[in-house]
Design a protein around this ligand. Structure first.
Ligand SMILES: Cc1cc2nc3c(=O)[nH]c(=O)nc-3n(C[C@H](O)[C@H](O)[C@H](O)COP(=O)(O)OP(=O)(O)OC[C@H]3O[C@@H](n4cnc5c(N)ncnc54)[C@H](O)[C@@H]3O)c2cc1C
Length: 377
């Protein structure tokens, strides 16, 4: 139980500071969510570990908060303590290409510092909001690169044993928007370690849209892996992301989101065939042939959630002016707060989209963010 003596103990931890007034509307990019019982800002990883251990020993529910960019939180009073990680040291070793970042470092700062220092490998992950410590949680990825491509180790506080140790990335079961840290609360990431490369060139450009933006020719593509100077790639990625409302801007409601709201569905090929047949019957062979479908391993295939949402009849900006929550006017996959949405507005919109896609194609969209105090079912 969180009583006054535990609150005082937490307040006395070196590097921990109570923030009595903050709400999840202040802490999240969706700008939705009520008030935790207590909020603690931790400016060192040791403070994070001590605070979490004290709360866990007293069986008090807590939520680790980084940049709040992958959180959908209920309104009202929430029976949990928000532990906000603000430890943000970043160390770059230019001769080995090794980068270490404390969990509270802003992810895009890690990318820009690395790019400025000539270290390549994460430039395609430019502009992803949130903290460095959250990047392994759902194995963040964009434009053909995932954090798993460069992540070597994470420093974890194991919440079962209370121990802090560096753990190999291979122990996290990193996969598409997944790790064994997501939804499990089993550990807190205190720091991450990345192996970048020092030749000033990007990761191989695997993503068509980015390759086209960087004028990669078909001959180059056919000849093998194409890489470009990292600064050029970072700038191109930021441009592409801004055009889709995928870089958070305070004044742009299209960016008041949790990013891509649904993951791209990974399903049996038979279901993909049936979706394609439906599209052919309703919209013609040409549209059906253009349907994105990719091999996803273990005999499964990946579909594009955004493509399905559009074909199910939901356009950018849906449901239109005056709605408190709506699809971004720049990207169908982002559910956004148009200024004064609450969690019910958002959940209602998410249900409408999920149910509409299921009714049209029999495909169940699965939300990507972490839900606190609200559910889609
Ligand atoms: C505009 C926009 C664009 C986005 N684009 C992308 C994209 O291109 N690719 C992509 O993969 N994601 C994207 N996202 C989603 C989001 O940015 C990432 O998931 C990001 O890594 C979340 O970081 P955060 O610090 O904000 O996490 P939070 O939202 O604070 O937390 C998310 C979850 O991770 C847990 N968590 C956070 N930090 C830690 C930690 N140190 N240890 C253990 N658990 C922790 C939290 O408890 C919570 O369960 C986007 C989001 C937005 C708003």
């Amino acid at each position: 139980m969180l009583d006054s003596s535990l609150t005082q103990e937490i307040a006395a931890v070196d590097g921990a500071e109570l923030d009595p007034d903050v709400t999840f509307a202040d802490l999240t990019t969706l700008r939705i969510g009520g008030k935790p019982t207590l909020s603690v800002r931790c400016s060192s990883t040791s403070a994070v570990a001590q605070v979490v251990k004290k709360l866990d020993s007293a069986a008090v529910a807590l939520l680790i908060v980084g940049g709040g960019s992958n959180l959908v939180v209920a309104d009202g009073d929430l029976d949990l303590v928000a532990v906000i990680i603000e430890a943000d040291d970043v160390t770059l070793n230019l001769s080995t290409g090794m980068v270490t970042a404390e969990a509270g470092a802003e992810w895009d700062d890690v990318v820009s510092l690395s790019v400025e220092a000539g270290l390549g490998g994460i430039e395609c992950l430019s502009g992803i909001p949130g903290s460095a410590g959250a990047t392994p949680v759902q194995n963040v990825g964009a434009y053909g690169v995932e954090i798993s491509d460069v992540l070597t180790r994470v420093q974890l506080l194991d919440r079962g044993t209370g121990t802090v140790e560096w753990v190999e990335a291979s122990e996290l079961d990193l996969a598409y928007r997944y790790s064994n840290l997501k939804f499990t609360n089993r550990a807190v990431v205190l720091a991450i370690e990345l192996q970048l490369h020092a030749d000033g060139l990007s990761a191989p450009l695997r993503f068509g849209e980015l390759a086209r933006r960087l004028a990669v020719s078909e001959e180059e593509n056919a000849a093998g892996e194409v890489r470009r100077p990292i600064l050029l790639v970072r700038e191109a990625v930021l441009e592409l992301r801004r055009a889709k409302g995928m870089v958070v801007e305070t004044t742009d409601h299209d960016t008041w989101s949790a990013g891509s709201f649904f993951t791209n569905p990974i399903v049996e090929p038979a279901l993909v065939d049936s979706v394609q047949r439906k599209i052919a019957a309703e919209r013609g062979e040409q549209e059906a042939t253009s349907m994105p479908r990719y091999a996803a391993g273990e005999g499964k295939e990946k579909l594009s959630a955004a493509w399905l949402i559009e074909r199910a009849g939901f356009n950018k900006g849906h449901p239109g002016a005056g709605a408190r929550a709506g699809l971004s006017s720049k990207h169908t996959l982002a559910l956004t707060n148009r200024g004064d949405a609450n969690s019910d507005d958002l959940v209602e919109l998410a249900r409408e989209i999920r149910d509409g896609v299921f009714a049209a194609f029999g495909v169940t969209l699965v939300p990507e963010p972490v839900w606190i105090g609200v559910t889609l079912d």
